[in-house]
Design a protein around this ligand. Structure first.
Ligand code: ATP
Ligand code: MG
Length: 393
């Protein structure tokens, strides 16, 4: 019988909440693997076993598992009997051809201490069988092929290649956050980092249609779709922002507009967050990257909301963020040409040190609450699902 044997990141899952974390992880795995031939998901002794059906394509299942947060590593495994000859036979019959490998080792872990033979002895004796069959060199430190055997009560799992999982914490275990998703490079990476820490992310995108094109909305939609492959269900709130911006231009001096727009974004995002029961906001801000990201302007933005604002990229360099975006698959979408909402009705040299009294003065003459209410009322929510074949279900 073929399975995928996965290990979760132990340290994070310790303590009395451990069964709850594992339950969430298993539930998420069921959803992530929906539509594939999976018979059962079991949790033997600190491991997760995905038992595959006949029609299962291990490649597709591994692909999906590579995006399930909470999984430290996984491998395609076979259940083998708990006797030495049975194990040896199972291993030898699955060895790759002689020429494809030059060194190997056998690695044994016993979660079942009742199994009489000690792990090092078993590894050595099985290794000797492999050596007789193939003649490869034994290398305990840098073996090309690691033959692994994990013994749990009643049976053992045999596997030959371990693949790294995405790590992190199972989706949803940390609660919900609301991420401000632009069409740029940074915000999708910021949202992903929160997802990795177990947060379920709701997306908010501000667009300036019909003043500007629909391109930014389409980009946000595609970015959200890439990110949804990790959390499987997402909501994307599309907020029309152009009318509010036009109103701001009537009384707010050019240099202050970017900070004022940002403060409105925070207020509207806070409203959405409260509706979806999210406990924090997330942005892709990085210290010093652009005018709106000076310490003064970040502080001015924060004071518009009472929710905590998380900026997981705040101390990263652009190169590091770009590399992460490339691995994630958002980079190519983000760099497509677009018209940035915040450049609408703004001068080329915005204020980099907005002061409290300046902001209070200009906001005093704006009907702030009504503007927020109006934009929120015209917001449209879109639902995303992965795998998308289930979207009609
Ligand atoms: P990004 O690549 O994420 O767009 P950026 O370097 O272009 O970042 P800014 O345009 O100053 O920086 O935006 C800072 C943050 O504000 C973004 O990371 C995002 O979280 C939020 N933000 C900016 N514009 C929008 C928008 N139109 N819709 C939603 N969020 C936005
Ligand atoms: Mg941007």
């Amino acid at each position: 019988m073929t399975s995928i044997l996965a290990h979760y990141s132990e340290i994070a899952l310790k303590g009395k909440n451990r069964p709850w974390f594992i339950g969430r992880l298993v539930r998420h795995l069921h959803m992530a693997l929906a539509g594939l031939s999976v018979k059962e998901i079991r949790t033997p002794m600190g491991r997760i076993e995905v038992v595959l059906g006949r029609e299962a394509t291990a490649g597709e299942i591994r692909e999906r598992m590579s995006r399930v947060f909470g999984i430290a590593n996984y491998s395609v495994a076979t259940r083998v009997p708990l006797d030495f000859d049975g194990m040896a036979e199972a291993i030898v019959s699955r060895l790759p051809p002689r020429e494809s490998v030059s060194s190997f080792r056998v690695w044994v872990r016993r979660a079942d201490q009742q199994f009489a033979v000690l792990s090092p002895d078993l590894a050595r004796d099985l290794g000797s069988k492999v050596w007789h069959a193939r003649g490869w060199k034994v290398d305990l430190d840098h073996a090309e092929l690691v033959i692994s055997l994990e013994i749990v009560p009643g049976q053992a799992y045999l596997y030959m290649n371990k693949e790294p999982g995405p790590g992190g914490l199972p989706t949803g275990t940390a609660g919900r956050v609301t991420a401000l998703l632009s069409g740029g490079i940074d915000s999708p990476v910021a949202a992903w980092r929160m997802m990795k820490r177990g947060c379920h992310v709701t997306f908010v995108h501000f667009h300036s249609a019909p003043f500007l094109s629909n391109v930014s909305q389409e980009k946000a939609r595609r970015l959200a779709a890439v990110l949804t492959r990790y959390q499987l269900r997402s909501r994307l709130f599309m907020v029309p922002f152009g009318e509010l911006q036009r109103q701001v231009t009537l009384s707010v001096p050019g240099e202050l507009r970017v900070v004022i727009y940002r403060r409105f974004m925070m207020r509207i995002a806070e409203r959405i967050a409260r509706d979806v029961r999210a406990k924090a906001l997330v942005t892709g801000d990085v210290i010093g990257q652009v005018a709106s990201q000076t310490l003064d302007n970040i502080a001015a933005t924060d004071s518009a909301t009472r929710l905590p604002i998380f900026r997981p990229l705040v101390g990263m360099d652009k190169e590091e963020i770009m590399a992460q975006a490339q691995r994630l698959g958002t980079f190519e979408i983000s760099i497509e040409p677009d018209e940035d909402t915040c450049t609408l009705f703004t001068p080329r040299h915005p204020e980099t040190h907005a002061r409290r009294h300046q902001i209070d003065e200009v906001e005093a003459i704006l009907p702030v609450a009504d503007m927020v209410k109006d934009a929120a009322a015209r917001t449209v929510v879109e639902h995303l699902r992965y795998p998308s074949s289930l979207s009609s279900a």
